[in-house]
Design a protein around this ligand. Sequence first.
Ligand code: ADP
Ligand code: MG
Length: 264
Amino acid sequence: MQSMTNEATPAPTPMLRAVDLHKRFGAIEVLKGVSLEVGRGEVIAIIGPSGSGKSTFLRCLIHLETVQRGCIEVEGRTLVSTDTGGECRYVADAEIRTICGAMGMVFQHFNLFPHLTVLENLIEAPMTVKGLRREDVVPKAEALLAKVGLADKRDAYPSRLSGGQKQRVAIARALAMEPDILLFDEPTSALDPELTGEVLRTMRELADEHMTMIVVTHEMAFAREVASRVIFMDGGLVVEARPARELFASPEHPRTRAFLENML
Ligand code: ADP
Ligand code: MG
């Protein structure tokens, strides 16, 4: 009701909520209680030394790995939860697919299908996973290729593309599934320095369009300029999570300071 203006408006449902995630591989605990809440249209940069659990965290969010403890909610829908007795439960497989369908992921090594053309790479999942018809998905795929500046590579095979072009195809392919959240795992780390710019530019454009993004990156300028918040991870924990400008201007934790001194 309009008259209830004195009532506190309920906080909007976060796009993604992860609480106290624990992940171990055998005896090694890789995530030791990682939490993160992401609002609609936010761009989160995750930084931190190699081996700190950044990739594992993203992989748990999109269910490429299972957690042993914690809670993940995507747009208010529970993927996994842990009750007070410590019992960790995932929802049914069909529901997992629906929930994770809201997310797309871009990998360091592109992971394009080498035997498919660029266009076929884009339309494969919409056809096989969503059951859409070829004639319906091709125009959309062509529009996405134009958006990432690769309309002319429509019929090329990935092996004929530069690393930067491959990664832009990978981004277009993720977008073809119409995700609400995009996860990036070091999308420019495998690229020659002169090719990182074109990929970062595409990512900036997505941020400008208010795409919700979680980006693991070593590109500190990108993190500072594009991210709303920066998460510094070390040893399987979030050490510091702050607005980007604050974190870079005055890191609070000595480990964050030491890491940034090495990077800049
Ligand atoms: P980051 O992305 O920050 O470099 P990762 O999440 O890749 O860190 O890895 C964190 C730790 O987990 C590392 O010690 C790594 O060796 C270990 N790890 C990652 N994946 C596996 C796996 N599938 N099996 C065993 N150990 C793993
Ligand atoms: Mg990694």
